[in-house]
Design a protein. Structure first.
Length: 488
């Protein structure tokens, strides 16, 4: 579904059709074996005590997407640098299409093919917001303090230099309140958003330089916009508020600059004051080539991302100045791509993404880590609709810790190949579904479920919890899709 799939797709078709095994250096060398992966955890810290309580769930298929976002933090506070087309549109029904109930799609139910677990919730509605360019793709969704929803991503495409940052705010029913675009059409990225007392902070990149934008809550008007030339092609993925201002993580010196999820750059951390001015920055540990998420726990930062080559999950603990306490990696004997992290109410750390280790194709790969970096459990899960596992991707892009101590992950599931399979006359493998998996605090899968349109494809890109006990999902359906999940 994303730019990063093309190489893996071609390789897997060759392997699957020829029946021949590839050598150890091939990314897909383990694709045709169904054995469970043996987790390897490495520690580079003062404390080397990790517990590998690993549980590996059965099931195949996890997708391989890679979310592009520039790579390099240097400096520069140019608030006028990239702020074209700042259009605010309030309550325009033509820009927030409503698709109520199941008439515009459905949610999975057991079939002769499927192997769903438990009984997950249905969805309540789907609505969409368009940008000014061809298509729009969100990377982040956030439930605001007034129970509205903000999505951040791009309208347009990186590879033809038509992309602009798109930010859209709706109310609790998904009706558009305002939307804003930033940057002239070009190489621009919208990656995440947080809420502070007097605004929203958006991160990404403008003209291949890291960017932070502060917006008014009521109408999305720009309060300030800063760009930082941190080195080469660089971007900020995520940001957190601290007593001294803001701390952001991302990457510099991107090699694969049009890849929106993993750019083969160098992980970087940026320190910013409350007015958006960069105060300092430095490279992350060499074990983390791409910083993806950052959260604060008391006087420490927890940073997640990917190791060089996106081979394993990477996790760091630092103090608020970015001084390293420990860094650890987690994964198996093949590719493991970490794109999701959240912190539980007991300060446990949840990580998720997708893996080729010990599975037949990309499967979801979720784990729970304690505050010292020790792995408590891990689970792999995929192909809930029961098609041929050699062809199904299950691609995890986000997760949220839940009030019961567990977590919920969001993914897309479907096939990327010429292969096509139908179950009971309606469910087709090449139609992509949003895929949710709910875990307990102990790692048990309480339920999983997929959600699909009447026609076309849906894939889950991001998730947040809602005040009624449900969830809101950012859907990749060529626009900013807002999918409301019923309480669970």
């Amino acid at each position: 579904m994303k730019y990063f799939f093309s190489v893996f797709t071609v390789l897997l078709i060759v392997i699957s059709c020829s029946g021949s095994e590839s050598d150890d250096s091939s990314i897909l060398s383990e694709n045709l074996s169904s054995q469970d992966s043996s987790s390897n955890e490495t520690s580079s810290s003062e404390e080397n005590n990790q517990s590998d309580a690993s549980e590996t769930a059965t099931n195949q298929s996890d997708g391989n997407q890679t979310e592009n976002s520039g790579a390099n933090d240097t400096q520069g506070n140019q608030s006028e640098n990239s702020e074209s087309n700042n259009e605010s549109q309030a309550n325009q029904s033509e820009n927030s299409e409503q698709e109520e109930g199941l008439g515009k799609g459905g949610s999975s139910s057991p079939s002769k093919c499927s192997n769903f677990i438990g009984k997950g919730p249905d969805f309540e509605w789907i609505k969409s917001v368009e940008g000014s360019q061809e298509e729009a793709h969100a990377h982040f969704i956030f439930t605001t303090n007034d129970n509205g929803y903000i999505q951040v991503g791009e309208t347009g495409f990186l590879d033809n230099n038509t992309a602009k940052i798109l930010v859209a705010k709706t109310n609790s029913q998904g009706d558009l309140i305002w939307k804003k675009e930033f940057g002239d059409p070009g190489h621009n990225l919208g990656n995440s958003v947080i809420e502070v007392s007097d605004g929203y902070i958006v991160t990404g990149a403008l003209n291949k330089n890291s960017t932070v934008i502060k917006l008014e809550k009521s109408n999305g008007d720009q309060k300030w916009l800063k760009t930082y030339d941190n080195g080469g092609n660089d971007a900020i993925e995520h940001i957190v508020e601290t007593p001294d201002g803001l701390v952001a993580v991302g990457y510099i010196n991107a090699v694969d600059e049009n890849n929106t999820f993993y750019t083969e750059g160098t992980g970087y951390i940026t320190f910013i004051d409350s007015e958006g001015n960069k105060t300092s920055g430095k490279n992350l540990d060499t074990k983390m080539s791409h910083g993806y998420r950052v959260y604060r726990i008391n006087d420490n930062l927890i940073i997640s991302g990917l190791t060089p080559g996106a081979e394993d999950y990477a996790l760091m603990k630092t103090n608020l100045s970015g001084d390293q306490v420990w860094v650890k990696t987690y994964g198996g004997d093949n590719m493991d791509h970490c794109f999701a992290m959240d912190i539980s109410n007991d300060n446990s750390i949840y990580l998720s993404g997708h893996t080729l280790s010990g599975v037949q194709n990309w499967d979801s790969y979720t784990m729970k880590i304690d505050i010292d970096g020790n792995k408590l459990w891990e689970k792999k899960r995929g192909n809930p609709r029961g098609f041929n596992p050699l062809y199904i991707h299950d691609e995890v892009w986000d997760l949220k810790a839940t009030p019961d101590g567990g977590c919920i992950i969001v993914a897309g599931t479907g096939d990327e190949y010429e292969y096509s399979e139908t179950c009971e006359g309606s469910d087709k493998s090449d139609q992509w579904h949003v895929y949710l998996i709910k875990f307990s605090a102990d790692g048990d899968i309480q339920w999983d479920k997929t959600y699909y349109p009447d026609a076309g494809d849906w894939a889950g890109e991001a998730i947040d919890l809602t005040s009624d006990g449900g969830a809101i999902v950012a859907v990749d359906n060529s626009v900013f899709g807002y999918l409301k999940i019923a309480p669970f």
